[in-house]
Design a protein around this ligand. Structure first.
Ligand code: GLU
Length: 447
């Protein structure tokens, strides 16, 4: 085995969608592989025939792709270490079980094959995150009453167990480092006994910290969304989730919490991962997601927002794409999720959204004639309707009518957007165009 070759794997069991914990593990494998110029492998651990399905395998792959965690070898991609589904690798498990039986290191009982755990062996390994770990073999696999428990490697149905199959595959696939969740630290000594018994070279290990909910309990369904696609539906971007997950257990050495994938790939170091449990904080996710949206071009923003506009029933197709891209850029980083940004910008697509939240009843009859005069003049002097022109003209017109931004701009903002806050009013006006601005002001009796 070429020890200089970095090969890591993400090994999900297809018994559910890609959840946050799995995505976190996949991400760290991916970052490490990319940083080292190594190979990232997807291995499907589907030996639990009862619970594994092809549909879940598909959703897991879709989830990884959505997050942009592309693998180099896997069931769909192939590679020279395949097959990449455990259910297609049965002869390997049988072959090594035979070897262990022949060497007296395993025995048959009740139709199952068990690996014999010899007492008195010190199992030591270095974990890149947890440090040096030492366990006596008699403590590595125990029954309820603390007596040694031999390890079942092949069940009586002929299928291998996780702790056994993982060793055979990690060896045959030349895995150089096993990066997985901390819940597997406890399995590692058992796996090492099998590695050693078969004379396989051991990989290195890095166990990732546990992810906790805000109540400091292990993250689970109780904490809400677990599958990555639920996060998509909630308005989080792949880049937002990527950035946020990377921070669960890792702090970049430059201390900057908002980064691009490329930057993370460049500076990621596995030994900077901490073992301290990481808390899944939605406020932080919102912040990171918003910062990631700020880094996006109008083109990418459009792709992220248009589906949500469509879901809201807004007439996306009636506009030129480029125009809507400009509207999104004008939003200037408002909104922490794509859903929020889609909602905050709804007035660019449909005046009905404005009407449904603003009735214009706050405009006093004393003020109305003055506002009408101002807006009429502003529309007469519309010119090319650029932001700068409209802004400068408004300043002059407001002053000429002894008014000011607060008095004259506020009602106009409400009439155009139905909101108290929006991007610069004249930017909005410029994007809506003269006709639409006139239409909206007229509706509220302001023209
Ligand atoms: N199939 C195991 C799991 O999903 C893989 C654990 C490992 O990476 O060894 O937990």
């Amino acid at each position: 085995m070429d020890r200089n070759k970095v090969r890591v794997r993400f090994a999900p069991s297809p018994t559910g969608a890609l959840h946050i914990g799995g995505a976190h593990t996949a991400l760290f494998n991916y970052l490490y592989a990319r940083h080292m110029g190594g190979t990232f492998i997807l291995r499907i651990e589907d030996t639990d025939g009862q619970r594994s399905t092809k549909e879940y395998e598909q959703t897991i792959m879709d989830g990884l792709r959505w997050l942009g965690l592309d693998w180099d070898e896997g069931p769909d991609k192939g590679g020279s270490y395949g097959p990449y589904r455990q259910s297609e690798r049965m002869e390997n498990y049988r072959k090594y079980a035979e070897q262990l039986l022949d060497e007296g290191k395993a025995y048959e009982s009740d139709g199952a094959i068990l690996f014999r755990v010899e007492p008195g062996k010190l199992i030591q390994f270095h974990d890149e995150v947890y440090g040096d770990i030492k366990v006596m073999s008699e403590k590595a696999s125990v029954n309820m009453d603390n007596t040694i428990k031999d390890i079942v490697i092949m069940k009586k149905d002929g299928l291998p167990t996780y702790n056994y199959a993982v060793v055979i595959d990690d060896h045959l696939m030349d895995i150089s480092m096993v990066i997985r969740g901390e819940d597997h630290v406890i399995n590692t000594p058992k796996q090492l006994l099998i590695f050693d018994a078969l004379g396989f070279e051991r990989p290195s290990f890095a166990h990732l910290p546990m992810i906790l909910g805000q109540d400091k309990k292990k993250l689970s369904k109780r904490h809400g969304a677990t599958s990555v696609f639920e996060y998509c539906d909630m308005g989080y971007l792949p880049d937002g989730i990527f950035n946020f997950l990377a921070l669960l257990g890792w702090t970049p050495r430059d201390g900057k919490e908002v980064f691009t994938r490329q930057h993370a790939e460049e500076i990621f170091e596995i030994n900077q991962v901490t073992k301290k449990s990481a808390v899944f904080d939605f406020k932080k996710l919102d912040h990171i997601n918003q910062e990631q949206m700020k880094l996006m071009t109008g083109h990418d923003l459009y792709d992220a927002i248009a589906p949500f506009w469509k879901k809201m029933g807004l007439p996306v197709e009636s506009f030129e794409r480029e125009h809507l891209e400009n509207c999104l850029v004008a939003m200037g980083g408002r909104g922490s999720t794509t859903i929020q940004l889609a909602e905050y910008s709804d007035y660019f697509l449909d005046f009905n959204c404005v009407k449904s939240r603003y009735d214009g009843k706050d405009i006093t009859e004393e003020l109305r004639p003055k506002l009408k005069a101002i807006y009429n003049e502003l529309l007469e002097k519309w010119g090319q309707g650029t932001h700068d022109h409209l802004y400068n003209t408004a300043v002059e017109v407001f002053a000429a009518h002894e008014s000011n931004m607060k008095e004259a701009a506020t009602p106009m903002r409400w009439a155009l957007t139905g909101r108290k806050v929006s991007p610069g009013l004249f930017e909005v006006a410029a994007l809506l165009g003269k006709e639409e601005v006139a239409n909206r002001l007229k509706f509220y009796g302001l023209l």
